[in-house]
Design a protein around this ligand. Structure first.
Ligand SMILES: Nc1ncnc2c1ncn2[C@@H]1O[C@H](COP(=O)(O)OP(=O)(O)O)[C@@H](O)[C@H]1O
Ligand SMILES: [Mg+2]
Length: 443
């Protein structure tokens, strides 16, 4: 006897009903499962195919599934980079009527990787520092909207490449709380301390497995989050005071915040009684300055540093063709048609899953710079492009999550995982299951 399944979703995909909810997630047949790298977790999390996408399914209690679903929806509305919640499924029972755990379904974040899958041999200090920096930016963004995370860690974060750095996304909101009145300093410090301890533990864990570079000091890297967080927080929220003759400092502060990718909603400016000193204090800060400008101009929706990179190229295009007098949006449109799209379209089909278009564009510009340096001449973009495709892109592993139909083969030369300790799945083998040995041993 089986009861009725209950699905809560904002825009439910009917295909959800085709998944085997009456079976424990651990026992789902391989044809449903997408083999992709995954971070460490408390609950059982598996990826499955759904209408040409990949979804992440987490088995947990009804209460946790519902509250995490709501929290992720709220964070999405607030434009926080996090995974997108799709549904909560409760009232699951197996064939004999025994109750099964509820699940939270989120959309698999395309091109994202857990930190343990971001590198192939030993984690280098520079990479670790970039991860921590990205996490600090995410934490600052969360704190500015009054979100206390409670479980800040590399494992609860997903990373996307962003023009040589990383962009961090929140994946696990289970412990989070939103405080509409903002966070106290004590709450922010508490989160920061959790971050430091967790990161140190995660890096020491890698160290114990011989998977970090000998020169990486887990404690020093983990402490880096505190410095990165404090300088960003200070820049965003700190007040500054200077003499009225230095009014240019107002613009300078605005420029610095824009450089960091933040917009100022409001800047409070006060003068002292003598009228000789000015105090400024940014009020509301919004992340994603370059992202928004690029989106407005071109409709391209990319990460912040990628956006900055693309905008730089757009600006040099405008200069090179002497188009400063023209309407910015028109020139941007022309740049997309004449520069950006031809490049994206020139990527051979079979290599399209390797990297996001904006990241390819960024890497191509870097590659051209290297070629030009080496050969001491201006290498044309078309020439740099074929060299980049032949010598760089072809050798990357796939980072898109859009795979072949469930029965197809997985082309990602990366061992994939479910729980630690299950059977090995060789790279590129038929993805009949996501069972693999502890993949952390192999990256
Ligand atoms: N939507 C998603 N996209 C990509 N990966 C995901 C997604 N949801 C979960 N994961 C992966 O599963 C792991 C565990 O998820 P998490 O929510 O942290 O579970 P737990 O609450 O058990 O710790 C994450 O580290 C991440 O690698
Ligand atoms: Mg987690």
């Amino acid at each position: 006897m089986t009861g009725s399944l209950s699905i809560t979703a904002a825009s439910p995909d009917p295909a959800l009903l085709d998944l085997p909810w009456r079976e424990p997630l651990a026992e789902w047949p391989a044809r449903y499962i997408a083999a992709l790298p995954k971070g460490l977790s408390r609950h059982l999390v598996r990826f499955a195919h759904l209408s040409g996408h990949v979804i992440a399914i987490k088995e947990t209690s009804e209460e946790f599934a519902r509250s995490e679903y709501e929290m992720l929806r709220t964070l999405q509305k607030l434009d926080v980079p996090c995974v997108e919640p799709l549904a909560v499924i409760t009232n699951r029972t197996d064939g004999s009527g025994e109750p099964l755990d509820s699940v939270l379904v989120t959309r698999h974040l395309k091109f994202s990787l857990p930190y343990r899958a971001l590198y192939s041999q030993a984690l280098r200090p520079e990479t670790a520092t970039r991860l921590v920096d990205a996490l600090a930016v995410l934490l600052v963004r969360l704190h500015t909207i009054g979100f206390f995370w409670g479980d800040v860690s590399l494992s609860n974060t997903l990373f996307r490449r962003d023009a040589g750095s990383f962009a961090a996304y929140l994946v696990d909101a289970e412990t989070g709380r939103l405080h509409p009145g903002g966070l106290s300093n004590g709450q922010r410090e508490h989160d920061l301390e959790i971050a430091r301890v967790n990161i140190a533990g995660e890096l020491m864990d890698l160290e114990a497995g011989g998977r970090i570079d000998a020169s990486l000091d887990p404690v020093a890297v983990s402490e880096g989050i505190i410095a990165a967080y404090r300088s960003l927080w200070g820049e965003l929220t700190g007040s500054e005071s200077f003499s009225t003759s230095e009014r240019w400092r107002i613009n300078e502060r605005v420029g610095r915040l824009n450089e960091l990718g933040f917009d100022i909603g409001e800047l409070a400016i006060t003068t002292d009684e003598s009228g000789r000193r000015v105090r400024i204090q940014p009020k509301v800060v919004d992340a994603g300055h370059h992202q928004r400008r690029l989106l407005r101009l071109t409709g391209l929706d990319v990460e912040e540093n990628q956006a900055r990179r693309l905008l730089n190229d757009l600006d040099s295009y405008t200069l090179a063709f002497d188009k400063q007098q023209l309407d910015e949006e028109m020139v941007a449109h022309e740049w997309v048609m004449r520069v950006f799209e031809p490049i994206v379209n020139a990527i051979p089909r079979e290599l399209k899953g390797k990297l996001e278009p904006a990241e390819v564009f960024h890497q191509l510009l870097e590659h051209r710079w290297f070629l030009s340096q080496n050969e001491m001449r201006d290498v044309p973009l078309a020439e740099a492009l074929s060299s980049y495709i032949q010598h760089v892109l072809r050798f990357r592993r796939d980072e898109a999550a859009l795979f072949n139909p469930p029965t197809g083969t997985l082309t990602m030369p990366l061992p994939v995982v479910d729980e630690p300790g299950s059977a090995v799945q060789p790279a590129g083998s038929d993805s009949t299951a996501d069972a693999a040995d502890d993949w952390r041993d192999r990256v």
